[in-house]
Design a protein around this ligand. Structure first.
Ligand SMILES: Nc1ncnc2c1ncn2[C@@H]1O[C@H](COP(=O)(O)OP(=O)(O)OP(=O)(O)O)[C@@H](O)[C@H]1O
Ligand SMILES: [Mg+2]
Length: 239
């Protein structure tokens, strides 16, 4: 719809308005997010920090359309996510968002290149070019030599780089990473972060990163701090 594109030109990529999330266990309600307001523009690299239990992953799950908030509004490219069906949400996740998790989440019985090709199957983008696209993504993380190996035959840092290749293989414009360096030593962690920087700079992907580590957060250009389910600061990172 032509109209959609007219609107998108003037709207931020992501806008959260007064987002609340309440988990209910039996009779008890836990208010985990309390009135989150956050705007993220296309091409930003945002780091989110906060203590354990402050609500970072809950927030990421909402941003990634994996979960719906219990109150407030989420506009993705100007569209209210609340009005979308679960099929439409799945399509957004498959085409627009690449996920990288702390535990890599590679499938052990598939080769590296097959792991990277998986999102192409899920998003219906699979074609005879899939292998080429996967190779391109592996090149980006300097792993083009390892395509035929299996996850247990490469190091943790390499596995996380494969996860990044998998997240970017269909040129998803948004990459979300929750503690992607949590299982890596500082050298491997820095390595992985350099690739996020490269994807942001060269592909223009918007990156949203959750980390406990202030040094890792410094790879981003804006630092959002969450405390007790609220955003308490949002500052440009000066290098
Ligand atoms: N499905 C759920 N049901 C009930 N409570 C939940 C659920 N998921 C998370 N919580 C609670 O919500 C709070 C925030 O959890 P969340 O996972 O978002 O924290 P976090 O900031 O990501 O922490 P960490 O740094 O340890 O990963 C925690 O108190 C947690 O116990
Ligand atoms: Mg978490």
């Amino acid at each position: 719809m032509a109209n959609d594109y007219d609107i998108r030109d003037n709207v931020p990529l992501i806008r959260l308005e007064n987002i609340g999330m309440v988990y209910r266990i039996g009779d008890i309600a836990y208010e985990v997010l309390k009135g989150i307001n956050l705007t993220i523009e296309n091409g930003e690299f945002v780091s989110i920090m906060g203590a354990s239990g402050s609500g970072k992953s809950t927030l990421m799950n909402i941003l990634g359309c994996l979960d719906k908030p219990t109150s407030g509004s989420y506009f993705l490219e100007g569209k209210d996510v609340a009005g979308l069906t679960s099929d439409e949400l799945a399509e957004i996740r498959n085409k627009k968002i690449g996920f990288v998790f702390q535990g890599f989440n590679l499938i052990q019985r598939l080769s590296i290149i097959e792991n990277v090709m998986l999102p192409l199957y899920y998003s219906g983008l699979h074609s005879k070019n899939s292998e080429e696209m996967a190779m391109e993504a592996l090149k980006l993380v300097d792993l083009s030599e390892k395509g035929n190996k299996f996850p247990n035959q490469i190091s943790g840092g390499e596995q996380q780089r494969v996860a990044i290749a998998r997240a970017v293989v269909n040129n998803a414009p948004i990459i979300m990473a929750d503690e992607p360096t949590g299982n890596l030593d500082s050298v491997r962690g820095a390595d992985v972060m350099n690739f996020f920087g490269k994807i942001n700079a060269e592909r223009g992907a918007t990156i949203i990163l959750v980390t406990h580590d202030r040094h890792i957060a410094g790879y981003g250009r804006r630092l959002v701090t969450v405390k007790d389910g609220m955003i308490i600061s949002s500052d440009v990172i000066n290098i």
